[in-house]
Design a protein. Sequence first.
Length: 45
Amino acid sequence: MQKKIVKKYAELMHQAQQATGRKEAVGLIHKAAKLKTKFDNYEMM
């Protein structure tokens, strides 16, 4: 599960860097932040 989250996080951050619009980039960064939180919580267990 951890590897899936890390991979998805990396994909989202890459997409955010390629995003043309500010709203698009911000949305992708928010999704990535949620995944990072989920990953951090999973690590704590």
